[in-house]
Design a protein around this ligand. Structure first.
Ligand SMILES: [Zn+2]
Length: 163
């Protein structure tokens, strides 16, 4: 009989914006505002990401779609790749993600796709400091302490090292 193991992600749930630290709610608001500049003529699903850097700057990204669908890119990766290119040595403290449908004002609880989790994990491992993840949730605001928590059994540079 094999032993069953449990792989799970733990997050802190703040029931409302008053409970959550201002740093998180401010970042989430920036992610929501970023949705306005999404380029999503095909899905009409606007996603915004906001990254808080250690120097206090907030960098945003939005989903960028393309008529050749696979050529588009998610909001989280447009933001983190921009940071990687322009602030290669500045630590990333947190990322917030939000989304809404075109023409609607209510924001939705979304979490990053698998590819974005993998990309975010690369930067977390590179900087050797956790990046908090702040997400909308039906019951409030979810805060994960690190990207690795969102990607159990991660694939990383360690997997491709020669023994
Ligand atoms: Zn993604």
């Amino acid at each position: 009989m094999p032993q069953q193991i449990v792989l799970r992600a733990c997050a802190n749930l703040y029931k409302n914006t008053e409970q959550a630290p201002e740093e998180y709610t401010k970042l989430l608001t920036k992610a929501q505002q970023a949705c306005n500049s999404a380029y999503a003529p095909y899905s009409n699903f606007y996603v915004g990401a906001a990254l808080l850097l250690e120097n206090g700057e907030i960098i945003t990204g939005t989903n960028q779609e393309n008529a050749a669908y696979p050529s588009g890119l998610c909001a989280e990766r447009t933001a983190i790749y921009w940071v990687g290119a322009n602030y290669p040595n500045v630590l990333i403290k947190a990322i917030a993600v939000s989304a809404r449908h075109a023409g609607e004002n209510n924001f939705l609880g979304v979490s990053p796709c698998g590819s974005c989790r993998q990309a975010l994990l690369e930067y977390e491992n590179k900087q050797k400091k956790p990046i908090k993840m702040i997400l909308e949730h039906a019951e409030g605001i979810l805060v994960f302490d690190c990207i690795a928590d969102l990607l159990p059994l991660q694939f990383s540079d360690k997997n491709i090292e020669k023994p």
